[in-house]
Ligand binder design. Structure first.
Ligand code: DGY
Length: 325
């Protein structure tokens, strides 16, 4: 029997690829750069499943290039804003993701950024490398204690609420803005509006999904509402924050600091002026990047595909109600 074709758009963990190759005709695109849309259209022809990554714009055109055979799009990640889910549903294609396995790692990383912003780690590292460390300085490079700070969390789902738990354990006051009230809030207080959260927080951390509604959620007006000594953390998705407005706010000290794991576009353009600022820490979309977590994500993505190949709706399907299998 001919095995179904499965396309994986980046190099992945060998053991998971071996597992997948036993049940499929596997095509791994392991070029150093992610495939362009044109390349992906070529590769995906006749595929039954796509193992996709955040860089892949999985549009209706990509789906149509695959043809009638395409049944599963399995995203390596919890966020799947790079996949046109409506187009997939219209074509009876299941879209699956990897919720849960990266919650702790991603939330802990957001807290790492919060701590390193408070203690000016990136700036201190540059200070030493640039030969500025001459003496012990009693009054220089001072940070602040988190226990006297209020953390405002936008989006109190799995990752946001886990960050709330870590922050509460570190004696921070935690407030959150979320449409619904979760069952477990770890002592965090709900605020009624985004503006209230921005006004009250010393640190604002973003954990909502990227949708049409959250594009530019934090732009000029919102940045002007934040406290002058506030820090903005974004480990969610780049387009939620308007990067040019953030540059403006940081360079004019409208807010004190930002730490970004994600930008719009990704990667950020090498000549973006924000990269010249001292009051910014920026890292390349690594919040879930531990060996353990990335292995779990890879396994879950493969599990989703194998379930689909066996004609069961994948356990972590995000459009179950819209497809008819
Ligand atoms: C996620 O899981 O959404 C990460 O950001 C990787 O895309």
């Amino acid at each position: 029997m001919v095995k179904p074709k499965v396309v994986v758009t980046r190099k992945q963990f060998t053991e998971e690829m071996e597992r997948l190759s036993k049940v499929s005709n596997l095509v791994i695109i392991d070029t150093p750069t992610p495939p362009t849309s044109k390349e992906l259209k070529e590769q995906i022809k006749g595929a039954t499943a796509l193992f996709a990554h955040i860089n892949d714009n999985v549009s209706s055109e990509i789906m149509d290039a695959a043809g009638q055979s395409l049944k599963i799009i399995a995203e390596f990640g919890v966020g799947y804003d790079n996949v046109d889910v409506n187009a997939a549903s219209e074509r009876n294609i299941a879209v699956a993701n990897t919720p849960g396995v990266l919650t702790e790692t991603t939330a802990s990383f957001a807290f790492t950024l919060i701590q390193s912003a408070a203690r000016r780690i990136a700036e201190c590292d540059r200070y030493v490398r640039n030969g500025k460390w001459k003496f012990f300085e009693p009054l220089d490079l001072l940070g602040y204690d988190l226990s006297s700070s209020t953390l405002g969390i936008i989006g109190f789902g799995r990752i946001g609420s886990y960050l709330g738990k870590i922050a509460s354990n570190n004696n921070m006051k935690v407030i959150y803005y979320n449409r619904s009230t979760p069952t477990e809030t770890y002592g965090a207080e709900k605020v009624d509006s985004l503006n209230q959260l921005l006004e009250k927080s010393d640190i604002v951390s973003i954990h909502c999904p990227y949708t049409a509604e959250t594009k530019n959620l934090i732009a000029k007006k919102e940045l002007s509402i934040m406290k002058n000594n506030a820090t903005l953390i974004n480990t969610a998705r780049g387009p939620i924050v308007n990067l040019d407005d953030l540059y403006e706010a940081l360079s004019k000290n409208r807010i004190a600091y930002a730490a970004l794991d994600v930008t719009d576009p990704e990667p950020i353009k090498k000549d973006h002026p924000i990269l010249k600022l001292e009051n910014l820490t920026i890292v390349p979309h690594i919040a879930s990047a531990t060996v353990e977590t990335r292995k779990k994500m890879s396994k879950m993505t493969v599990d989703n595909i194998i379930e689909g190949l066996n004609s069961s709706v994948p356990t972590y399907c995000v459009n179950t109600e819209k497809i008819h299998w």
